[in-house]
Ligand binder design. Structure first.
Ligand code: ZN
Length: 261
């Protein structure tokens, strides 16, 4: 079965900003989904903020292998219940690709547990994206790296936890550097943060960026069954211990009682 990807887009700049609308007549989510659908191993559909439950119902997420996330202006409008639902699916094993200004999304901050802040500048400068782990599956097909001809600068320090692997580092014309492609694991779920994607340039039409997006979805897809019990914290009765033991010592909880949360 093909990898089921859902491309989530905030879809505000795409509709309201003439520059963005001209570059992406079908929205940034439309461009990203079209990149993914060039791979016969991926079936990508889209979901947007203005849809009921932001297009991310529990039923749809249950049938999603990898979710991509682009947000910017309206992070605060994303419902906490939906964020909680997405986080739970990541812990269960769903892959998550967080793009560009999604660094400040509720879901990314929740899963990182850090401020996710960074430096930035809109000066139309070029960006050299260096593949520093050239054997990583996400870096295949882009050689030593590639150049994004015009973009917004994102600079270090980027306040995220130390990643599982740094796949890309970017250098900007103005001198700053940024860890532009990083992997994380949270519970059963693989997460990839990828910074290229500033909305006023046609970055999601760039062949190298589209290759990275496809690679990332393939890498993040976890074929294992959903880890449905990951939120449970069972109180294991003494007689059910894997090895026989005699119960001793004072106890705070009654046998079989649920713990505090
Ligand atoms: Zn931007």
């Amino acid at each position: 079965m093909a990898i089921r990807a859902v491309v989530w887009g905030e879809n505000i700049h795409d509709r309201e900003n003439a520059t963005v609308r001209a570059i992406y007549p079908n929205g940034m989510h439309g461009a990203i989904a079209s990149a993914l659908n060039e791979d016969p191993a991926i079936t990508a559909t889209t979901a947007t903020l203005e849809q009921p439950e932001h297009g991310l119902t529990a039923a749809r997420l249950a049938e999603t292998d990898v979710l991509t996330w682009w947000g910017h202006r309206a992070h605060g409008d994303v419902s906490d219940a939906v964020v909680e639902r997405v986080a739970e699916r990541v812990w269960q094993g769903m892959g998550l690709i967080v793009l560009h200004s999604g660094h400040f999304s509720k879901i990314f901050k929740k899963l990182m547990g850090t401020p996710c802040s960074l430096k930035w500048r809109e000066a139309g400068e070029h960006e050299r994206v260096w593949a520093i782990n050239r054997s990583h599956p996400i870096a295949q097909g882009v050689g030593e790296g590639f150049v994004v001809p015009e973009t917004e600068m994102y600079g270090e320090p980027f306040a995220v936890p130390e990643p599982m692997e740094t796949v890309f580092i970017s250098w900007y014309q103005g001198g700053e550097v940024f860890r532009s492609g990083m992997t994380f694991q949270r519970g059963g779920g693989r997460i990839f943060y990828f910074s290229p994607g500033h909305e006023v340039y046609p970055i999601y039409n760039d062949p190298n960026v589209r290759t990275v997006l496809r690679n990332a979805v393939r890498w993040a897809a976890n074929p294992a069954p959903a880890w449905s019990g990951i939120l449970k914290a069972p109180n294991v009765p003494t007689e059910k211990a894997p090895e026989p033991i005699a119960e001793r010592g004072p106890k705070l909880h009654a046998a079989g009682e649920a713990g505090f949360r």
